[in-house]
Design a protein around this ligand. Structure first.
Ligand SMILES: NC(=O)c1ccc[n+]([C@@H]2O[C@H](COP(=O)([O-])OP(=O)(O)OC[C@H]3O[C@@H](n4cnc5c(N)ncnc54)[C@H](OP(=O)(O)O)[C@@H]3O)[C@@H](O)[C@H]2O)c1
Length: 348
């Protein structure tokens, strides 16, 4: 562990310097890592682990397009790709990477194969934290750990291939063997994380549910939609409204924020833009603070989890989701976006 200052607060983190990949491979050399589910996180983690030299198998139901995708990605049926039960039986470390709703359905099967000394690995604290609603209560003689990459499985894989790493949190829920902590760190390094920071299952799930409903996904779409609407109402063209709301942010400004922080992005904008941004950001903070408060309280009360479980466990969940995504896709703002993207020189 390295103690580093994060804005004046000291935190212990793990980087590849403290825990190199070689050490991780050596530590897990006798383990078979069974990645159960090949949706979004599954491929990212399984392929990174395989390319990093770990013994990995994939468990996926069939027939399914997802099974075909696993085959297309190079997993070999009967050798490295199995039905879920077979993979559960062979694995010593079970990476439970089905969707959170599907984890509830399959839990009785998984539990059956969690014999003493095995490790149950999650990438979200959801199932265990909301156990009254999910029924996911692991047997007491297995290690229960978490490594949660802070981003899409698609990014985890892309960044790995680019020689970069997505940061992940890690946590221990149950340390039956006394080795749970080192296992979590070794796996976190193995899946291609940037640096690892420690949390617990409850904090992981509450911060994650808040972040995705907030600035990462929900709030950002809300702010985009509000600004776009005001610009359109005042006679600006879709092209002008979309460029001033989204395109400039994603193409020009966010890469600068990612590179060196908000003040660096501001410093690279005009003095007129700087003055305006510095005058207005606190107003936006104050206006949204009560909404974030409401959001965090809803997460804390378990309301967000309950809603997620009830809607995602419906049999027509995918069809309903598609209707809602279609509404976004077909809104004027995102239709304008599609045309703007087509006009990017690199797409011509
Ligand atoms: N999405 C992310 O990038 C991300 C980021 C950080 C953490 N996480 C966490 O990682 C875990 C996996 O999330 P994910 O987004 O990768 O999940 P996902 O893509 O929704 O998972 C889909 C997988 O679950 C299988 N599945 C769905 N319903 C099933 C059922 N009833 N029985 C058996 N298999 C079923 C799917 O098979 P079929 O295709 O055959 O249905 C597919 O293999 C979750 O705990 C999530 O919170 C995800």
């Amino acid at each position: 562990m390295a103690k580093l200052q994060f804005g004046g607060v000291a935190e212990d983190v793990v980087t590849r310097e403290e825990y190199p990949l070689d050490k991780s491979r050596e530590y897990l050399k006798n383990d078979t890592i069974a990645v159960i589910g090949y949706g979004v996180q599954g491929p990212g983690q399984a392929l990174n682990l395989k390319d990093n030299g770990f013994k990995v198998i994939v468990g996926q139901r069939r027939p399914s397009k997802t099974w075909d995708k696993a085959v297309a990605d190079g997993w070999v049926p009967g050798e490295t790709l199995f039905d879920i039960e077979e993979a559960l039986q062979q694995g010593t470390i079970i990476c439970y990477l089905l969707s959170d709703a599907a984890q509830i359905d399959l839990w009785p099967t998984v539990k059956k194969h969690l014999t003493a000394g095995k490790t149950l690995y999650f990438s979200h604290g959801f199932g265990v934290t909301y156990k009254e609603q999910t029924g996911i209560i692991p047997p007491t003689d297995v290690d229960v750990i978490l490594v949660a990459p802070k981003g899409s499985g698609t990014s985890l894989r892309r960044m790995f291939l680019d020689g970069k790493g997505l940061n992940s949190s890690f946590a221990i829920f149950q340390n039956a063997t006394g080795n749970a902590r080192e296992k979590a760190i070794a796996l976190g390094i193995g899946v291609g994380s940037g640096y690892l920071f420690e949390t617990d299952f409850y904090r992981e799930v509450t911060s994650d549910l808040t972040g995705e409903r907030g600035t990462l996904m929900g709030a950002i779409q809300g702010i985009f939609a509000a600004q776009y609407e005001i610009l359109r109402k005042n006679g600006h063209s879709p092209s002008e409204a979309f460029n001033e709301t989204v395109e400039e942010l994603t193409q020009s400004l966010m890469p600068l924020v990612a590179e060196n922080g908000m003040d660096w992005m501001y410093a690279n904008c005009s003095t007129t833009a700087q003055r305006g941004a510095l005058d207005w950001w606190k107003k936006f903070r104050d206006a949204t603070l009560p909404v974030f408060d409401e959001l965090y309280n809803s997460v804390k009360a378990g309301e967000e989890a309950a809603r997620s479980i009830s809607s995602n466990s419906q049999t027509d969940y995918r069809e309903k989701l598609e209707v809602e995504l279609k509404e976004l896709r077909e809104s004027e703002m995102w239709q304008a976006g599609a045309t703007v993207r087509k006009l990017r020189p690199e797409n011509n």
